[in-house]
Design a protein around this ligand. Sequence first.
Ligand SMILES: Cc1cc2nc3c(=O)[nH]c(=O)nc-3n(C[C@H](O)[C@H](O)[C@H](O)COP(=O)(O)OP(=O)(O)OC[C@H]3O[C@@H](n4cnc5c(N)ncnc54)[C@H](O)[C@@H]3O)c2cc1C
Length: 473
Amino acid sequence: MTNPRRIYLLSPKDLSPETIAVTFAKTSRSPQPFDAIAAELTDERSAQFHEKWVVGYGHSSVAEHAVLHLALENVSRLAIETIEGNRLASYTEKSTRYQQWEGDAFFVPDELTGHPLREPFVTTCQTLFQTYQRCVEIVQEHFQSTISQDEGESPKAYARRIHTRAVDVCRFLLPAASLANVGVTINARALEYAICKMLSSPLVEVREIGESLLAVARKETPTLIKYAQCNRYLQTVRDEIRQAGKDIPIMPGGDSVRLVTWDKDGQLAILAAVLYRFGTSGSYEACLDYVTALSQEEQQSLVQSLMGKRGKFDQPLREFEYAQMTFDVVMDQGAYFEFKRHRMMTQTPQLLGTHLGFAIPRAITDSGCEVDYRAAMGQAAVLFTQMEAWNPDVASYVVPNGFNRRVLFTMNLREAFAFCRLRAAENAHFSIRWVAYRIAEIIQEIYPLLGTYLDISQDNSSSKIQEQFLSSL
Ligand SMILES: Cc1cc2nc3c(=O)[nH]c(=O)nc-3n(C[C@H](O)[C@H](O)[C@H](O)COP(=O)(O)OP(=O)(O)OC[C@H]3O[C@@H](n4cnc5c(N)ncnc54)[C@H](O)[C@@H]3O)c2cc1C
């Protein structure tokens, strides 16, 4: 055979990320095999190539082939929001579910240096952490007396289960200043924009993290991250729009999960698109007309062909992306922190504050911790109000996970399947399970033909989860 198939790795153990990126980029113009191209490259020649093509001619996608693994330790959870605000990257972070936070593991923002609010900030965070530690003990004892050991469960496994459940409940007290670690895998193109956003942040901590990332990344990919800098446009837009919106009233209350807009013909669009893909050479309009003219039974039969044989781990087809929904949701910050990890949607969170009140886990009430809990949350809310009048961005650091936050998002039905499957599952945290069930229930109303196939247990519902786990939303 003159043209044998070859499939192999360009290993980062042998080649730098920039050299790998140039090797792939050169295949566009060179008939040579990849390893031959790589053998001719040096770091210097790779840099010259990037200067010419990526920087000079704007062939930016080449930088996607240079991938970095970045370890960030002891950064605040508020800073992590900006770090993880980049869709085209992968993250794993310290979990508020599986780890208990240490007593002083919170960040004191530089903006407070020499400011009269510094001391109240430190005191309030200490109160929150002390209340958290106390509640973990008490809630754990409460669970020990109310949850029995499963048959065959070892004492160690039982103790771990009880502890995890207590930590899950008490995480509501942890402020956004809490320190965490996060591992990030990201390509050089996405990283350049991520750093640009960080350098444009209103928070000193985030800007400093951006500078550190720049320094670290430049060692590995000097040409590709060269031009990451603060973006004036991002700063100006933020400041001017904030001013423009200051008179819009805040209205707490009402339904916490609201569907704002959706594709009314979303189900028909999906069915038309799958027929377009598999069933015909006709136009999309012809497919849509055909599906629309079917009787309800015929539509159901088509849906059965589409979904009936789907296995437990089979994703819905990509055509499920033709149905879009926009929700306006109020969820607690702990739930939002998990929600933000879902990258296949467009999310717009509001600034983290205390205006929308806080949730109370039922176990906090049942274990007798509610007075303590309310006092700590109240102290945080009072300080937040004082800090907000001075600097609303820095004020967010003091807000605990239990406070509610408003998030606007658009997702398609395919992402809704992935989201509900993960987040309505029994092992998910009850805050986000509640959100996932509410979303699923709404989808089942608006898209009954396809919504019935969402991968959620029908034995549960948002109201049952609320009843079981939350005294107050
Ligand atoms: C029980 C549980 C425990 C968890 N514990 C932790 C934890 O301790 N620490 C932590 O940091 N996170 C944790 N997570 C979060 C988890 O790692 C995911 O980041 C989060 O659930 C988002 O899921 P996703 O990536 O599937 O979703 P989305 O980003 O919404 O993506 C939807 C789907 O698109 C595809 N997709 C999206 N991006 C990519 C990509 N870059 N590459 C390949 N496919 C992609 C996948 O099929 C994915 O399912 C936990 C989640 C669960 C459910």
